[in-house]
Structure formats: C-alpha cells, structure tokens
Design a protein. Structure first.
Length: 213
C-alpha cells in the first residue's frame, strides 16, 4: 500500500431481510462503488429480540471498524463518499442532502400506516397521504429534477440521492401501499418514472438484484 492509498474500513450493514426500505440505498451504493461490506440481514421475526441491542432501537446500523453508526441519511452520506456517489462540491452536497431529507420526511408520514390494524383507519390515513403529502413531494421532486438537468439530482451524475428517490418511486409503484394509486408518480411526474427506469437499468443494480432475488 502506497502513501497515497487509504485502507478501506471493515464495514457491516445491518438491516431487515428484504430488498427495500431505509437500508437499501446504502446497500446499492456500496454495490455500485465496489465497496466490500458484510450484508447482515435480520428477519422480521427476530427483530423484537434484536431491537434493544441497537443504539436507538432502529435499523439500519452500519458498523465501521466495529463502531456503530446510525441514522439512514448519515449512513447514506458516509457510504456514498466511499463509493464515489456523494458530491464533493458543497452546493451539490446540499442538493443531495435536500433530496434525501425530503424522501425521509414523506416516508416518516407513511411508516405509521404500516402498523395500523384497523383497515378503515389505514384506508383513511393512506387516502389522506395520497391526496396531500405524497403528490406534493412527487410534483416538487419532478420539478427539481427538471431544474437540475433532467437526469440526476446533484452534480449531473448518480448519487445516493438518486438511489433514495429510485427506491421511493419503486415503492409507490409496487402496489404494497394499499389505497395509494400505483400510477400516482406516472400521472404527476413522468420524468421521475424515466429517472427510475434509468437507475434501475444501472448494470451494478441489475447484478445486485439478480444475486438477491
């Protein structure tokens, strides 16, 4: 190892055992950047017993040379830098952070509906989201993407912000959110669908999901 080379840290990302959610952007970033990491997946049934062992009772958690790092976008920024998917320019970094925070905010509104057992309560909550917060963020994201060149959200190239939006759009179009129309993105911001398809076709993402079906 020369003086100009930096030793890559030993990384372990702990998140749930499915392809999606808040830990997925970090997985994809490291896959795209060829950053070696231990992809530790916790089954949903094992989560209650595991929860108290995490710093804040939440996942994802990233272990960096044994030290625990938490909070989704903090992890995304860190692994994004390792993978070359986080801007070096300060303004582009702010643009990247802005997009990730906006997605996190709307997901914060969606998550409580995942645990509603009363179907009527869930329906009303989801319909309210589909009439207010979700279309607002979809529309503004589409406008933002156009202002920034139409392909990427920061610096004219793929960043962790694009991965976060890609996963959010995939979720909205998946049908997993009952009472939220699956064509809500298509109807409001078709440029986000084009962004989704462009990101989804990235060779490293294609390879990742072929290996993690």
């Amino acid at each position: 190892m020369t003086n100009t080379e930096t030793k890559m840290p030993d990384l372990k990302l702990i998140y749930f055992d499915f392809n999606g959610g808040r830990g997925e952007a970090a997985r994809l970033a490291m896959a795209i950047g060829n950053v070696a990491f231990d992809d530790e997946r916790i089954g949903v049934e094992a989560w209650p017993a595991y929860k108290n062992s995490t710093p804040f009772g939440q996942l994802p958690v990233l272990h960096v040379d044994g030290e625990e790092i938490t909070q989704t976008n903090t992890i995304n920024r860190y692994v994004g830098k390792l993978a070359g998917l986080y801007p070096q320019d300060d303004l582009d970094a702010a643009r990247c952070d802005e997009v990730m925070s906006a997605v996190e905010d709307v997901m914060f509104a969606i998550v409580p509906t995942l645990f509603m057992e009363d179907e009527d309560e869930k329906r009303k909550a989801r319909e309210a989201l589909a009439e207010g917060p979700i279309p607002l963020v979809v529309r503004r994201m589409g406008e933002m993407l156009d202002r920034r060149g139409g392909e990427y959200f920061a610096g004219g190239k793929l960043t962790v912000a694009d991965l976060k939006v890609f996963l959010w759009v995939r979720y909205l179009r998946s049908g997993l959110l009952d009472y939220v129309p699956t064509d809500i993105v298509d109807n409001i911001a078709p440029n986000l669908v084009a962004h989704f398809e462009r990101t989804n076709s990235h060779p490293a993402i294609v390879a990742w999901y072929e290996a993690h079906q």
